[in-house]
Ligand binder design. Sequence first.
Ligand code: ADP
Ligand code: ZN
Ligand code: ZN
Length: 733
Amino acid sequence: MYADVIVDIVNSEVDKVFEYSFNLEDGIQPGSRVSVPFGNKFIEGIVINIKHTASFNSDRIKPINKVLDDKPVLTSETLALMQLICNKYYANKAQVLRLFLPSEMRKGRVKESFTSIAYLSSDNNVIEVISSLKSSAKKQREILEFLRFNSESDLTYLNKNFGASAVNSLIKKGVINVKKVKNYREPYTQVTAKEKRIELTNSQNDAIDSFFNTDKPVTLLFGVTGSGKTEVYLSLIDKTVNEGKTAIMLVPEISLTPQMFGQLKSRFGSSVAILHSGLSAGERFDEWWRLRNGEAKIAVGARSAIFAPVENLGLIIIDEEHDGSYQSESAPRYSTIEVAKMRAKYSNAKIIIGSATPSIESYLKAQEGEYNLIEMPERINKKPLPEVLIADMRKEIRRGNNSFLSSLLKEELDACLAKGNQAIIFLNRRGYSKTVICTECGHVFKCDSCDVSLTYHREDDSLLCHYCGQKYKMVNACTECGSTRLQYGGVGTERVVDEIRKLFPLARVLRMDRDTTQTKEGHYKILSEFSERKADILVGTQMIAKGHDFPAVTLVGILDADSSLYFSDYRSLERTFQLITQVAGRSGRAGDTGKVVLQTYQPDNATLRQALRYDYKGFFTQEISLRKATAFPPFTQIARVLISGEDEQKTLEKTREVYNQLNVIYLSNKEKFKFFGTMKAPLKKLQNKYRYQVLMRITSDGENLLDNIFEISNSLKGKDVNVVLEVNPNNLN
Ligand code: ADP
Ligand code: ZN
Ligand code: ZN
């Protein structure tokens, strides 16, 4: 027999299928992970197909070395999905395969773990054996008595309590036997959400009915924050699993997962498996196998959980569907919702995507009837949405308040703490200050490798590049003129915490951003401390914006509501609206009515006004007509070919080459382009690489041109200069 194998090497030269031979009794099947000879060594690969005849001279075909697991790691469904993804996204096969496997499986870095269990052999009568033992064999007698009452026991426990020699002689005599039991390393065993038996509201029941009754493959659940979407998801999962099918639930950030996981676990027990990068390698490996073996039926996790190895899939949930993390921004680039649609189509599963602020694209699809639309416009128990107060920062400055906290926010914080409630302060920038500037010569400290200013981090007195991660020691004097008059520009979370501690010395303050959540389950620790009310104020970045349900929070402060309005990105208004609504939604979810203080320099901005009235539909109507008038997505697709290299001259030459070839397509299809041009990328240099781009906006009639554009950019990819096509990327830096 012969097998088509994809080898685990990411390199365009080996991005093809290799043939190997094997014997039927080896147990090799499509989807098996195997070790194969390659060049002069052995490497891992995946069998994607088996056949009776080879496609070339079979004498030269080498045999597969060995199979690496008990059963195939890919199923017929995930194999098919893998091929679809390779085709749709022009992606490298080995890279796509890696999406489907836990990374620790590769190169055998993690093994399965087993426990040895001792039990009484049924061949002997225990009572007889005990009475036949010599009187000196006191320990052996004790072991047998112990096992008579406990039927089985962990072998290590017996060895420790009765001594290994006594245990071993009983094993030798065949009086007790030992079996190996697979041992699952389960994450979050300390998570214990109280099982709340909840009577569903009418709107929740309607949502569930609508989901099961529609013929449309995708349902959009548009429900305000606190409208009870999670409970709807849980009911859908319940019904799906009861019908013998499996479910995948995606959440945008791992910080969200512990809370959601607690709820799922208390309801579905060990049927739930969690897949995310915050677990230990062993846990991730075991959770993956529990799904593959069918012991777990519900996969929960961030984006990559869409590749979970479940069979008989019935339901895919994408919570907070508007979130940017559902777009993969590095190779292989893919859109999670598109992959979900491919997967659902193959398995005949249904998809529900949910949000309080749907993406413009999804809501348009719902309006046009492509998606089934469910609305839940009210909070559970009719709790009012929090009142939003505007703090006009221009007036604050005029009044002589130079602090980045408005007097309104200070007053509200005071009142909130006085009542014994909790507050959340949101600022989308970590570190102490955004920039460090020399007031003498105007020099701004920048990264050596990137064209961006460095952020000061006070915790370790360093300057950090937020783009490449490079760290520099903080200096006392300007590197250009030697002046010591350095000034911190812009505010980060560290500085906010500092200021709040000064203003409210008795308040207990926690900070949650990427710097404070590096450790395993770091998110979980901060969130549970806050929810156990061990702190009064939580300061954080967008990590705290979503999903969390803290009943005692009655005040949310948004420090730089308008910062994202200035981005050149066509989605900046959409993002601003979403962020404000999400953050505001953390306030007043139970108990006292919530308040939100929104600090801005543009109090009359239309998007901010819509956000503070929770007027999604008003925002949508305005935004969609703007997108239409300016020919931006979803009315066009943005295609960017990014050219980057360390040698600026070579990069520039390559850019010309790319431009010239694409220009041929452009000139013969002008009516399908809304824009075609080449320029420096907004981020001119990143990690020592100069960046140029050819930017295009293509109408829906021109979608087939993307194939040609991809072929051109792929063929011009070189050793020194990289050429990458991005379609509707999250950011156009
Ligand atoms: P969303 O995900 O829409 O923001 P949640 O699902 O977090 O909202 O629900 C908000 C709160 O309402 C949670 O505390 C949840 O436990 C509670 N809740 C949800 N459904 C019900 C119900 N039917 N009856 C009572 N409380 C509910
Ligand atoms: Zn200077
Ligand atoms: Zn850098």
